[in-house]
Design a protein around this ligand. Structure first.
Ligand code: OAD
Length: 247
């Protein structure tokens, strides 16, 4: 990574009016939260794709509950880092600005981001498996057994999107429409291998946006990036912000 790349990112952002930041687990890595594929995709010897599914919850609800409870405990102790803070501050700079995240940890909102689309739901929401009623809940650790819905008595489940489940329609539509119209798409801390979320990068590139990737490693869609900032987002995004502020 050299300073020219930061300069090119600054130049693209300086002339941009519509900006979308598309983020993944890497944006929270410097807050101490493990990424999915960085940890080898394993949790207590289980592949994440085997724990984060409706089938796993049906077969062994307590195991899945414990997995999400641990994630809640970690996320509650985590603080937003300079990457979240920079992405939040930019909402005051661009006439149109939105954060679209695959993360469920709530750290963008913790840093003050107002317009956040959560494509994969949130650790801080519980949803009834019976009537679908949702509620916010920030206690961690949770009770060892999934709580019962106050309305219908069925078990509650984490309000996240599991593998094989559809993403929330409204969130996907809002994200697509923002990405189709943006001048710059920042792709921060995602391996860009999980669809349909990753398709947002393809959509932006096809619509003519400048894609700026911020990631120590090349993602699966790095070839679509006009600018690649290779390093940790918590260090590089503040450098870009300083360049922008420098006029
Ligand atoms: P991954 O774990 O697949 O990728 C994390 C990315 O962050 C990798 O490309 C790392 O190189 C990068 N990274 C690590 N540290 C970084 C740092 N300090 N700054 C910037 N980048 C850094 O996580 P996601 O792409 O978010 O889905 O995974 C996508 C989805 O797959 C998740 O939302 C989840 C998962 O399984 C569901 O649970 C449905």
């Amino acid at each position: 990574m050299n300073q020219d790349d930061v300069g090119r990112a600054v130049a693209a952002l300086r002339s941009a009016r519509r900006v979308v930041a598309f983020t993944g687990a890497g944006v929270s890595a410097e807050s101490g939260l493990a990424t999915f594929r960085g940890a080898g995709g394993l949790w207590e010897g289980h592949r994440v794709e085997e724990v984060a599914t409706p089938e796993a919850f049906a077969a062994d609800p307590l195991l899945v509950w414990r997995f999400y409870d641990q994630r809640r405990v970690h996320a509650l102790a985590a603080r937003p880092n300079p990457a979240h803070e920079t992405l939040s501050a930019w909402q005051e700079r661009f006439p149109s600005y939105m954060v679209v995240t695959q993360n469920v940890d709530g750290l963008h909102q913790g840093a003050g981001s107002r317009d956040v689309i959560e494509l994969h739901g949130s650790l801080w929401r519980l949803r009834c498996t019976g009537c679908g009623r949702e509620r916010d809940d920030r206690t961690a650790p949770l009770p060892a057994l999934p709580p019962r819905c106050a309305a219908c008595g069925a078990a509650e489940r984490p309000g996240v999107v599991w593998f094989g489940e559809a993403l929330p329609t409204e969130a996907v539509m809002a994200a697509k429409s923002a990405v189709e119209r943006c001048d710059v798409l920042l792709v921060v801390g995602t391996s860009a291998v999980v669809y349909p979320a990753a398709a947002l990068v393809e959509l932006a590139a096809a619509a003519g946006a400048t894609v700026i990737e911020v990631n120590p490693e090349a993602s699966a869609l790095a070839h679509l990036a006009g600018v690649a900032l290779r390093g940790p987002a918590g260090r590089l995004l503040p450098q870009v912000a300083a360049g922008l502020a420098g006029g």
